[in-house]
Design a protein around this ligand. Structure first.
Ligand code: HSE
Length: 430
């Protein structure tokens, strides 16, 4: 029986320092739960000279990965420095050295998860990645264990804290996009390069991870349809409000007999939809199962201690497996072949905002483009702009395919009297 479990930490930023705090402050509870203490033995950092506020002794910090991999008292490597190649190769080396790996790295897991999980299997090691999705919400473990008896049919939710924080601040406090993003960065929610957040890629990585796990098939990052926050035009948040909607950057994944469809994009939710009131850096995900029906998971989706809570939960799980001698005993394989739906197989309602010349007959001419494409309209509204010759036309469709939606937009763009397609949104949850 081991007397103590040794941890090697890769990185000491927002999440790494949070893990050190939790292991320190909850030491007594964790020792009670596991029967042995857990200690951070070494921490890999880039700059040894940098001043750090920490309870860890100075000599645990090193700039050499070998110091961690060659240390036999380190059982588990915790990768929290993020990024791609460097992190992936460190994880591979750790697994090959027979050490369990815990990671918060969605970039790596979304693209190389399958490969790394099989490397973990081959080496009899655990590889856990709870913190890669949903910050402090135990989503991965819920899908793997809590809902293991069910067949998941869909996921819908908010999986990026930064964009949700920005949209909340813009809507409720009338902050500018730049002000809200600066605040999210200051609070440690945003990625080192926040274009991954605002461009939707961070959420797309998370949705690829969740969809692969939920549907037991390899959903690749390229399978995710992504539109970033730049699709939200000036005035759209207010316009949504006028129509009774709230704009959220939403991730969606569905599976039926035809295949899977996964997307990340700004979406209109009716104000009374629970996801419309998920604010700030909070995340929430609806998971629908064939047997269980609808379940919802909610909590802080970013930030030091929430994310570190998930990382530390994985450390506890890996420690338990080590102590029980069952580490690396899970077999990671997908039950189904990857099958992705085409655009004419994906259906939703859409909101289109079109700028037009305010002239007689324009509305009927544009409506005809919808009927020609078999796209049924639920609502058509003209917003005249006082003292201007143009107007905004709002078209809200019934459920149409993404192909119809895109075909209509393409035709609208080139129609006479159309100044431009200002913006368009999928509508959820009506
Ligand atoms: N930048 C991420 C977010 C951090 O804002 O959700 C948590 O993954």
């Amino acid at each position: 029986m081991k007397k103590e479990i040794g941890i090697g930490l890769l990185g000491f930023g927002v999440v790494g320092s949070g893990v050190a705090k939790i292991l320190h402050h909850h030491q007594e509870d964790l020792t009670y739960k596991l029967g042995v203490p857990v200690a951070i033995r070494r921490v890999l950092i880039q700059n040894k000279q940098k001043q750090r506020e920490t309870v860890l002794p100075k000599d645990v910090f090193t700039d050499s990965l070998d110091d961690l991999l060659n240390d036999e008292s380190i059982d588990i490597i915790v990768e929290v420095f993020g990024g791609m190649n460097h992190a992936k190769s460190a994880m591979e080396r750790a697994l090959k050295a027979g050490k369990g790996v815990v990671t918060a790295n969605k970039d790596v897991m979304a693209v190389h998860g399958r490969e790394l999980l099989s490397l973990a299997d081959q080496n009899g090691c655990d590889l856990f990645y709870e913190a890669s999705v949903g910050g402090g919400i135990p989503l991965i473990r819920t899908l793997e264990d809590g809902l293991a008896s069910d067949r998941i049919t869909s996921l819908l939710g908010i999986v990026n804290g930064t964009t949700n924080f920005i949209l909340t601040k813009m809507k409720h406090e009338k902050k500018t996009y730049e002000e809200a993003l600066a605040e999210a960065t200051e609070l440690g929610f945003a990625e080192a390069d926040p274009t991954a957040d605002v461009g939707g890629i961070d959420a797309a990585r998370k949705m690829a991870i969740l969809a692969s796990l939920s549907f037991s098939e390899e959903v690749q990052l390229d399978d995710v349809y992504v539109r970033g926050m730049d699709a939200i035009e000036d005035g759209d948040l207010e316009l949504a409000e006028q129509f009774g909607y709230t704009v959220k950057m939403a991730g969606s994944a569905k599976k039926d007999e035809q295949g899977v469809e996964v997307s990340v994009e700004p979406v209109f939710f009716p104000n009374e939809h629970p996801l419309a009131s998920v604010n700030n850096e909070f995340n929430a995900v609806y998971v629908r199962g064939a047997a269980v029906g609808e379940t919802m998971f909610y909590g802080p989706g970013a930030g030091s201690l929430p994310t570190a809570t998930s990382v530390t939960a994985d450390i506890v799980a890996a420690c338990r497996n080590l102590l029980l001698g069952v580490n690396g005993k899970r077999v990671h394989s997908y039950q189904y072949e990857r099958k992705v739906k085409a655009d004419d197989q994906k259906f939703a309602r859409y909101f289109h905002r079109i700028s037009v010349q305010d002239e007689i007959g324009v509305l009927s001419r544009l409506s005809a483009i919808y009927s020609k494409n078999g796209a049924s309209l639920a609502t058509v509204i003209q917003h005249a702009n006082p003292n201007r010759e143009d107007a905004d036309l709002i078209f809200i469709t019934h459920a149409i395919s993404r192909k119809q939606h895109l075909d209509v937009l393409n035709e609208l763009k080139t129609a006479p009297q159309v100044n431009g397609v200002l913006s368009h949104y999928r509508i959820e949850g009506d």
